[in-house]
Design a protein around this ligand. Structure first.
Ligand code: ATP
Ligand code: MG
Length: 233
């Protein structure tokens, strides 16, 4: 469904991605793990079209994404939940969700809204409350809900569990699984490698802008190097 071939991306003179290959199949959860500064966010921003790669190719459903604007990449079905959630603090929960449909009451608006409230009942309870008054975990739910309004085929999640209490982390991971079971393909970026690999069909280990390893979630969980570097075992 999504294929990155030898993708290089840089910020001025800093080479953040040094030729990465990633493939995500339709229907699966793939994860990208790696430490701070490895290039995880850069990878997602390059897929979303916000950063332009220096070289390499990205295709989605067989079509190259080169020269397609970020807005049209969303329209093709790729939607990103950004690192740090970026909820609009002075908009209500409902208004934040509506922003995901680009403010317009787009395709499947009411059906999507119902689905989101079913997935996250707390958002329904808080729908008239300002986004900025939600807890960290609730803001993460809101950011995911907002992304679902755009009818994604592929959802890119950037560290959804960051800074959350363990119970909220489990809830977010459970929800990611549910969203995937409804047919949305997922590329999950996480520093919580153990939880991410347990959930994922396949995983990639990114180190210093290059893919060091890839395999099934199960394989990586049992890989000695992964265990030492990322699982604290
Ligand atoms: N706007 C920027 N300008 C210059 N360099 C940047 C910029 N954003 C990221 N970088 C650099 O690119 C590299 C990759 O950063 P990136 O944000 O992709 O890492 P990451 O894996 O998402 O890290 P983290 O886990 O801390 O979020 C780092 O060396 C970082 O310093
Ligand atoms: Mg990051």
């Amino acid at each position: 469904m999504l294929k990155l071939t030898s993708v290089h991306t840089s910020y001025d003179h800093i080479k953040a991605l040094k030729g990465i290959d990633i493939e995500v199949d339709k229907g699966e959860i793939a994860c990208l793990i790696g430490s701070n500064g490895a290039g995880k966010t850069t990878t997602l921003l390059t897929i979303s079209g916000i950063l332009k790669p220096d070289s390499g190719e990205i295709t989605f459903e067989g079509e190259p994404l080169k020269n397609i604007s970020p807005h049209n990449i969303v329209n093709k079905g790729i939607c990103q939940v950004p690192e740090g959630r970026r909820v609009f603090p002075r908009l209500t929960v409902l208004e934040n969700i509506e922003m995901g449909a680009f403010g317009a009451k787009g395709k499947n608006f009411h059906r999507n809204l119902e689905k989101i409230f079913l997935l996250f009942p707390i958002l329904k309870e808080r729908k008239n409350q300002m986004g900025g008054t939600l807890s960290g975990g609730e803001q993460q739910m809101l950011a995911i809900g907002r992304a679902l309004m755009a009818n994604p085929k592929l959802l890119l999640l950037d560290e959804p569990s960051l800074g959350l209490a363990p119970i909220m982390v489990s809830k977010i991971f459970k929800t990611i699984k549910e969203i995937n079971e409804e047919g949305v393909t997922i590329l999950l970026v996480e520093q919580n490698a153990k939880a991410a690999l347990r959930l994922s069909h396949c995983g990639y280990v990114l180190e210093n802008g290059t893919i060091k390893l890839h395999g099934s979630g199960e394989e990586l969980l049992h890989n000695e190097d992964v265990k030492k570097a990322y699982l604290g075992e």
